[in-house]
Design a protein around this ligand. Structure first.
Ligand SMILES: [Zn+2]
Length: 187
């Protein structure tokens, strides 16, 4: 079995891809567990939604929990574990998922590569180190080039410093190419 890491910038339809994968596996009679690090509460609770209208309930995993703690049955029960917002996994959780893969369950993680400062998230870094397959989900910068950066901005200006995760802040995010990111303004 293999560990997959699908990464992309914001707006790259990662959640939609995760939901479609789940749908396709379940349609074939496979048992799928959908996990989501609980640090991301954008959707209110444990519902994963995509802009295309798909949605599913996910099992939340807090930073101090293990995968084995949150899965209602043993990991070996599942054919496939899908993780949305996988950048928020801890290093220890990715290590545990790797053990679960080695024990025979496929794990597919979807997440961002780097934060608004252009630094890797903890979960993404460990996934780049441990995944068998690393696949980019491409999205575009408003200028038409491929977006690789996740810019945080406020009042039209890009912010380069601050806490990695600011929940409830008024700041907004946009996927950009590096050239536009360095220009410092959002049109
Ligand atoms: Zn650009």
């Amino acid at each position: 079995m293999k560990m997959y890491f699908y990464y992309g910038a914001m707006g790259a339809s990662k959640s939609a891809n995760a939901l479609m994968t789940r749908f396709n596996f379940e349609e074939k009679g496979k048992k799928v567990a959908m996990l989501k690090p609980s640090i991301d509460t954008r959707d209110g609770a444990n519902i994963i939604r995509s802009r295309a209208g798909l949605q599913a309930e996910a099992i939340l995993i807090a930073p101090d929990q293990t995968v084995r703690e949150v899965l209602p049955v043993l990991p070996a029960y599942y054919d496939n574990i899908i993780v949305d917002e996988a950048q928020f996994l801890t290093k220890a959780q990715v290590d545990e998922l790797r053990e679960i893969v080695d024990a025979g369950t496929m794990v597919m993680c979807y997440g961002l590569r780097a934060d608004f400062r252009a630094e890797l998230f903890e979960g993404s870094k460990r996934l780049f180190e441990l995944a068998d397959k690393i696949i980019e989900i491409v999205t575009m910068c408003p200028c038409g080039r491929k977006a690789t950066m996740n810019a945080r901005y406020r009042d039209g200006k890009i912010i380069y410093d601050g806490e990695q995760i600011l929940i409830g802040a008024d700041d907004q995010y946009v996927a950009m190419c590096h050239r536009c990111y360095m220009k410092g303004v959002v049109k």
